[in-house]
Design a protein. Sequence first.
Length: 196
Amino acid sequence: MSPKQQRGEATVEQVLDAALRVYAASGDQGLTVSAVTKASGVSLGSLYHHFGSLDGLVASLVLRWLSRLLSEVSGALARTRTAHTGIRAVVRAYLGFVRDHPDAARLVHSVAADRYGMAHAKEIRDSQEARLSPVAEWIRKRIDSGELAPLPVPVIESLVLGPVVGVARRWLTIGDIDLEGAVRDLPDRIWRSVSP
């Protein structure tokens, strides 16, 4: 990589780090081009050069943290031996990420991220294929071996992640859920819905 490319990557990282700080402090309304350029020290022209627009910056920020979340979930799943321990690992990894990175998790679960996700679902799925394919393959193998209910892979994904995402959103927005209790109790409840 050339020095110019390295500087460009460093600028992108600097802007994304600043954008998350701005989002954490001010939410969706405070995440403006002006606030990000001020927080990052990067010029307006440079921001537009790397991201094209505020929407492009937000999309890059969401994808950055979604990628990290999916990496943690797929990595945890890959280290398991059974379907039951796999469900437990997914819940623990997902909610652990939410606990450890609440600002990023709030962004990933935000209305802005939902809107972007709905408008670009196939593009996001394609960009995360390296992280999602092993998860789908893990599920497929457990269905074929009889460890998981004979349901379509997307249905199993939804039955597993739906409650986890719901708990994460509630903890992030209202805060009336004991996250450690959910990590303890949720896997067995989910297991009942996906076991054969």
